[in-house]
Design a protein around this ligand. Structure first.
Ligand code: PBG
Length: 322
């Protein structure tokens, strides 16, 4: 065996959450890296994050950044692991000192999806009856659906995908909203009843893509994970993340996006809404895909001029009070 002096360690340690979805995603990354680098060993280390442990409090109220990522980050900073695989939408836009977002993988369909109770098999979002109870833990989904369907009721829902589906099937909800990507990756795409179009619900920043985080001063690991980067997804997600970073008020907020790239031009649509869905600001920007971050910042400033900051400040105060 040859020893590598400056190359990556022969065994690469990958940090992951323990949820079924996290493991499917991490094992995919492990498998891809193994294919590219057959001489190395890739080992997965699972960890529980606060987000996996605190299940009885609404996500919006916890509000803490990095709820699903912090323990994985500590692992890398303490050199127990070399990289961590995240659902990109759970990765805060500002990372701890010493860590970077080293790779963004090809995105699955980023849309939200409607899953209905069996008694509503013949219904769509627009035909669900008045008072039907929709389960979601996301302020973004809540605000946009309230805006378009004020006759529906909304109730918080927590837990992993299987728990949420079980609560729906038991009859605690008439329908729930989940990410298309999560259902698809877990082999449960057959539960998707309606893919919600962007005109109704703009998706979360980074939704459907994986983000691989590593130490900033570890070029060998960075070089390994870069082979999994998907350029178009990365450009879209860098625009989305720059938009969120520029707007964010320090809590989970109703901010949604959509991105498209055509002929090297990136169009970013962004939305900020009040919790009651009564005010909803939406605008878009187009420019060279290579200026992704600049486009995100520009759109954030435009929305702020339209009044987004007042909406976000109000929501932050509301969440603190409730
Ligand atoms: N916050 C939970 C979470 N983080 C990533 C996904 C789904 C997969 C993805 O968006 O990449 C989900 C579940 C959901 O929103 O339904």
């Amino acid at each position: 065996m040859t020893s590598t002096v400056s190359g990556p360690p022969l065994t690469v340690h990958i940090g992951s959450r323990k949820s079924q979805l996290a493991l499917v995603q991490t094992h995919w990354v492990q498998e891809q890296l193994q294919k590219h680098f057959p001489d190395r060993r890739f080992e997965v280390h699972t960890m529980s994050t606060q987000g996996d442990i605190i299940l009885d409090v609404a996500l919006a109220k916890i509000g803490d950044k990095g709820l699903f990522t912090k323990e994985l980050e500590v692992g890398m900073l303490q050199r127990e692991t070399d990289l961590a695989v995240h659902s990109l939408k759970d990765l805060p836009t500002n990372l701890p000192e010493g860590l970077i977002l080293g790779c963004i993988t090809e995105r699955e369909n980023p849309a939200d999806a409607l899953v209905v109770h069996e008694k509503h098999q013949d219904k769509q979002l627009e035909t669900l009856p008045e008072g039907a109870v929709i389960g979601t833990s996301s302020l973004r989904r809540l605000a946009q659906l309230r805006h378009h369907y004020p006759h529906l009721e909304f109730k918080d829902i927590r837990g992993n995908l299987n728990t949420r589906l079980a609560k729906l099937d038991e009859g605690q909800y008439d329908a729930i909203i989940l990410a298309f990507a999560g259902l698809h990756r877990l082999g449960m795409a057959d539960r998707i009843h309606q893919v919600i179009p962007p005109e109704i619900s703009l998706h979360a920043v980074g939704q459907g893509a994986l983000g691989i985080e590593c130490r900033a001063n570890d070029p060998a690991i960075l070089e390994l994970i870069k082979v999994l980067e998907h350029q178009e997804t990365a450009q879209r997600c860098h625009a989305e993340r720059a938009f969120l970073r520029r707007l964010e008020g320090g809590c989970q907020v109703p901010i949604g996006v959509n991105t498209q790239i055509q002929d090297n031009n990136l169009t970013l649509t962004g939305m900020v809404a009040s919790l009651d869905g009564k005010r909803l600001l939406k605008e878009k920007v187009t420019g060279p895909a290579t200026d992704a971050e600049q486009l995100g910042i520009q759109l954030a400033e435009t929305l702020r001029q339209m009044g987004a900051q007042e909406i976000l400040d109000e929501i932050f105060a509301q969440i603190q009070r409730s």
